[in-house]
Design a protein around this ligand. Structure first.
Ligand code: MN
Length: 227
């Protein structure tokens, strides 16, 4: 072990339904991966090349609570499927992509929409809208041995019991293997990397006291209270 000059920060990790923890290295998020959501955000749903942003590993939480963040009056929910990698590499071939997946989870890509909108308008990076503390509540991960590789099935978000977001994984413009291949051309992927695969239509604001319930068919559900 190296001798640190300050206390080493803790390893970011996520709980797993079967016990033990998944250590997180990097967090990649794809934008506009469901046509209906691209349209609701004012964009053309044509299959243009995918684009990505990152969150920090320590912004992932599994506490069941989301602390309303500072400097915003418009925090939105985005329900997404999370892909957790057990290995990686560069220039991964499409037929090999899924062999790198350890498991899957349900994630919320919480977004300070007002700050993101301002950044978009000014041509600035999205981090200030996307990468704040606690910005990605996650359900316990499940291993591929239990889930297989989800390619279709409902993805939904309810707030206080009322339906808000609804879609099907089959509507993903870029499928999981394609996302892995594409990312691996630009970055070296590795064990511990996680990917948020985009959100269906119906994003909207939450307030303190709201309870968000996210589901992806076949995965452990996510329940998060806004505090
Ligand atoms: Mn998103």
């Amino acid at each position: 072990m190296p001798e640190f000059v300050i206390p080493a920060p803790p390893q970011a990790c996520l709980p797993v339904t079967t016990g033990r923890q998944f250590p997180v290295r990097r967090v990649y998020c794809i934008g506009r991966n469901y046509a209906a959501h691209a349209i609701e955000m004012g964009h053309d749903p044509d299959r243009e090349p995918p684009f990505f942003f990152q969150k920090n590993p320590d912004s992932l939480t599994a506490t069941g609570r989301f602390a309303y963040p500072p400097q915003t009056a418009d925090v939105h929910h985005e329900i997404e499927m999370l892909v957790a990698l057990q290995s990686g590499g560069r220039d991964i071939a499409p037929e090999d992509a899924l062999s790198h997946v350890w498991g899957y989870g349900v994630a919320l890509d919480m977004t300070r929409r007002d700050l993101q909108g301002e950044a978009k308008k000014l041509g600035r990076p999205w981090e200030i809208g996307k990468s704040f503390e606690g910005s990605a509540p996650i359900s316990p991960l499940m291993p591929v041995t239990q889930t297989g590789h989800p390619q279709k099935g409902e993805i939904t978000l309810h707030v206080n019991g009322a339906p808000r977001q609804s879609g099907d994984l089959a509507q993903m413009i870029w499928k999981t293997p394609e996302i892995i291949c594409y990312l691996s051309r630009y970055f070296e992927l590795a064990a511990g990397d996680v990917i948020l695969t985009g959100t269906p239509a119906g994003v909207g604001p939450v307030q303190r006291g709201d309870v968000m319930e996210g589901r992806v068919a076949g995965l452990a559900p996510l329940r998060v209270e806004v505090i």
